[in-house]
Every structure is written in C-alpha cells, then in structure tokens.
Design a protein around this ligand. Structure first.
Ligand code: TIU
Length: 224
C-alpha cells in the first residue's frame, strides 16, 4: 500500500493513498462565471479563478495516483422543495435562488450554471455529490460513500474557502476524518477571508485539520 508523507501545517501528515480522497467543493459555473449565484450575491467572480489552474494540476495527479476523487455541487431541486425559505428569501427578488439568469435558473440542479466548470469536469466514474447546503455532509450520502471505501483522509479544495470548504472541513472533522486543505486550490471572493479561513483550520495544533499548498501534495505523490 502506498504511504506518502505530505508536508503541511501544523505538522507532516502520513497518508495511505488507498484511504485518501480528493474532495473538490463546488467548482461550479454558478460561483466562477458571470451571471451566476456568486455574482448575484454581489461578488467579483474573477477572484475565484486563481484556484482553477492549481486544481487542474492536482486533479490530473490525483487521477494518475488512482486516488478516489469526489466532486460536489451546491444546488436545489427545480421545485425548490429542498431550499430553506430563509436561504431563498435573501437579496434582490429577481436575483434569488430559482430565478432565471444567463446560465439558467440560479443554483438549480440541471441548469447550465449549476454544473462544474469545463476545466475541472468530472471524469466518468467520479462521484458527484449534489448538496443542498454549504457542508458536503449535510443531507447527502458522502459519509456513507467514504466509510464504504474506508477513507480516513480528505484532501479538500474548491470554493469558497470560508463558506463551503470550511463548513465541509468542520463537518468532516467531527465525523472522524482527517482533512488536509490545499491552500492554493481554494479561493474566496474575499482574500482576507481566504487567509482567515485557512488560518482557522490549522490553528491550535490543527483544530479542524491541516493546510498545505498543492505543490507539497504533488511532491509527496511523486516520492517513493
Ligand atoms: N457565497 C459563498 O461564498 N459561497 C457559497 O455560497 N457557496 C460555496 O461556498 N460553495
């Protein structure tokens, strides 16, 4: 079994690749492209582009290693029956979840904007978790999938650092998973929240997990 040492903060992590998964959070057109949910919330979506190139490299390396790769998407059923009233009723009425936009209905499953960006599109056989909330464990079968595969370590990346990435890492930590967050493969609409989001994870001896740039993971995967 391949065992790799990943240099990370606050400490080096020893990972058995058979028990590790790359979890890519919400790299969807709705968050990264103009006219989607992210922009309707008043954000500059260009800020999220920084994570795309490092993540492409990371995804290719993870595929080569044979590691489990899981993609997630935030979004709701077309009838919005799984969308909490207080989530829908935020912001300007014409820009809310379920309203029509240039990429289809905002944050609705099956619409063009809900799908993953072409640069990071899932390969056949890679599970895609559709989640109604910010955390990838809430009301999904992610935990069951990970337990069935005896996964204990998650390499977590995606958008946004302080929202869906942080929420997922906190959920995973409480469920006994060890999370290593790939700093350059995450991004936020708020650079200061990106930094704070990462700092909160690795503080206090790694209170929620570990943080490292993807180059350290690539180096570990290349090592013998
Ligand atoms: N708004 C924001 O920063 N994020 C989200 O609404 N969802 C995710 O982070 N995916």
């Amino acid at each position: 079994m391949a065992v790799k040492r990943i240099e990370a903060e606050p400490s080096t992590v020893v990972v058995e690749l058979d028990h590790a998964a790359l979890v890519i959070i919400d790299m969807q057109r709705d968050f990264l492209e103009s006219g989607g949910f992210g922009e309707t919330l008043g954000n500059n979506v260009a800020l999220l582009k920084a994570a795309v190139a490092p993540l492409q490299t990371m995804l290719a390396a993870a595929r080569k290693s044979g590691m489990l790769i899981i993609h997630t998407r935030e979004g709701h059923r077309p009838d919005l029956s799984d969308a909490p009233k207080h989530k829908v009723e935020r912001g300007e009425p014409s820009l809310r979840i379920g309203q029509p936009g240039p990429m289809g209905r905002i944050l609705v499953r099956g619409e063009p904007g809900h799908d993953i960006i072409p640069e990071l599109y899932p390969a056949p056989g890679e599970p895609v978790i559709d989640k109604p909330g910010k955390g990838a464990f809430y009301q999904t079968d992610l935990e069951l999938m990970l337990k069935n595969r005896e996964i204990d370590t998650l390499l977590v990346c995606g958008v946004t650092t302080e929202v869906c990435v942080n929420t997922t890492v906190r959920e995973a930590n409480d469920r006994g998973f060890r999370c290593v967050v790939l700093s350059d493969c995450c991004a936020s609409y708020f650079p200061e929240f990106h930094e704070a989001g990462l700092a909160m994870i690795k503080a206090q001896g790694g209170i929620f997990g570990w943080v490292t740039p993807s180059t350290k993971v690539l180096a570990a995967l290349d090592s013998h």
